[in-house]
Ligand binder design. Structure first.
Ligand SMILES: Cc1cc2nc3c(=O)[nH]c(=O)nc-3n(C[C@H](O)[C@H](O)[C@H](O)COP(=O)(O)OP(=O)(O)OC[C@H]3O[C@@H](n4cnc5c(N)ncnc54)[C@H](O)[C@@H]3O)c2cc1C
Length: 438
């Protein structure tokens, strides 16, 4: 209940931040309206710019504001709201020109006033932002380059956008209204300063160090890190952190990884990382003693947030990492609530944490259903891919009372969410962790 109240509070804050600048423009002396279409076009422009400005706050990872939702949901919302903001801002000039085609004439570069130039630059940057974000993978833009460009394009969309509003000076001609927009813009730039400068400085003061690198089955490695000259952080089992390795926290080269260790192990944090791309492929070469910087913990994917008389876990591949954190924590706490784990992998040989999972069965009230797509010839268990039929065969009678945590490849998550809901697990009790934020 408390969680829902906090979420509602932050949704109201968001709505107020989007709408407040719009209504503030109607206070004090207001110019004669240009008719419904002109006013609608201006309102869309103002609302789109305010939404764009709030994106800076949304993605700054303020823990208090993100905690009730989970950061993946915040990023998902950021994506959807950006499409909305872009549509509003696109509609702004389209409505004006459709209503009065003579405005085209004013758009000739030779005669265009500076505030129109500012509007065009802002719109161009915003369009580039949308295209590179929605189709980053298809355009083969490397994640790190995309991220750096994303911040630059966002600033380039916002600053000329606010200059456009100030230059047109319609509805915002009163000095305090111009100042309001300047204040909004400065808050956004301050947020960038906080994320890019202040936060990395705080991280530099709280270094961590790799103490061990453990090879796991399935081309995965566990990094064991310990805080250096500070107390580290407490986390909830299933949460994740952004990890910076081989570069300074200012370099914007951080990667998110779930914590795979027990939340009861206070002096160390473990990450289990699968070799996948440029960064993860080098994890096996990390030398003990290498400094690491962590930003976290984040996330709501945790048994300590969604409490229940029993749990169902569904993991695919390295999606086992946050589940291991939850299982290890439950084992350290001597918890005997009933647990069921569906664990999908290609082969038995490469199944990460195979031995430890078998040991955990001794300590916990845990049943494991392995689902292998390439089983050995003598395999007696489930085969193929996870499916509703497999859930139907193994889900316990008390499934509707349990909370479920799913983590793995995106298609597996979709199948699991659908299959579990169809088999009678309440959708509000099904939680998924996406390893793909963008
Ligand atoms: C909440 C969360 C928890 C995660 N937990 C784990 C885990 O426990 N173990 C694990 O092996 N993987 C985990 N991942 C995935 C991991 O972050 C990516 O696989 C890794 O960053 C890929 O980096 P790369 O350079 O090796 O691969 P690349 O080939 O460069 O990238 C592959 C894909 O990974 C994503 N990616 C790349 N770099 C980043 C970055 N800096 N930040 C965010 N996404 C990026 C992009 O979608 C990219 O297309 C998690 C991801 C998220 C979002």
């Amino acid at each position: 209940m408390h969680q829902y109240l906090r979420a509602t509070f932050w949704i109201l804050v968001y709505m107020a931040l989007v709408l407040a600048p719009l209504f503030a423009l109607l206070l004090g002396p207001v110019p004669a309206g240009g008719g419904f279409w002109v006013d609608l076009s201006l309102a869309l422009g103002f609302a789109g710019t305010a939404m764009m400005a709030i994106m800076f706050l949304l993605t700054a990872r303020f823990q208090r504001a993100t905690a009730p939702f989970g950061i993946d949901l915040i990023y998902y919302f950021h994506r959807l709201a950006s499409i909305g903001a872009f549509a509003f801002i696109l509609a702004h000039p389209l409505i004006l020109v459709a209503r009065d085609p003579a405005l085209f004439g004013a758009m000739h570069p030779a005669v265009m006033p500076w505030h129109l130039w500012a509007g065009f630059i802002s719109f161009g940057a915003l369009a580039a932002l949308m295209i590179t974000s929605l189709w980053r993978k298809q355009l083969r833009i490397h994640y790190d380059e995309w991220r750096r460009a994303h911040v630059l394009l966002a600033v380039l969309a916002l600053v000329p956008g606010v200059a456009h509003i100030a230059g047109v000076a319609h509805y915002s001609a009163t000095p305090w209204k111009t100042w309001l927009w300047l204040l909004i813009m400065l808050s956004c730039l301050a947020t960038v300063g906080y994320v890019r400068l202040l936060k990395p400085m705080q991280m530099l003061r709280r270094p961590w160090r790799v103490v061990e690198v453990i090879e796991e089955r399935g081309s995965s490695w566990t990094l064991v890190v310990r805080p250096e000259r500070h107390a580290g952080f407490r986390f909830l089992p299933g949460q994740f952190a952004w990890l910076t390795l081989w570069s300074s926290p200012f370099a914007m080269k951080e990667h998110p990884f779930s914590i795979s260790s027990s939340a009861e192990a206070v002096r160390e944090v473990r990450f289990t990382i699968k070799e996948l791309g440029d960064f993860t492929r080098r994890i096996g070469q990390v030398k003990p003693g290498t400094p690491v910087w962590l930003d976290g913990p984040y996330g709501t994917f945790s048994i300590d947030i969604s409490r229940a008389p029993g749990y169902v876990f569904v993991a695919g591949g390295v999606g086992i990492a946050p589940v291991m954190s939850m299982l290890r924590t439950l084992a350290d706490r001597g918890d005997q609530r009933p647990l069921l784990l569906f664990y999908a992998y290609h082969t038995w040989e490469r199944l990460t944490f195979r031995e430890e999972l078998e040991q955990l069965k001794e300590q916990l009230n845990l049943e494991i259903v392995y689902v292998l797509s390439e089983p050995p010839s003598d395999w007696q268990g489930e085969t193929g891919y996870l499916s509703e039929e497999i859930f139907a065969r193994h889900l316990p009678a008390d499934k509707a009372a349990r909370e479920c945590f799913i983590c793995g490849p995106t298609p597996m998550i979709a199948v699991a969410e659908r299959g579990l809901a169809r088999q009678g697990m309440p959708p509000t009790q099904i939680h998924s962790e996406l390893f793909d934020l963008v």
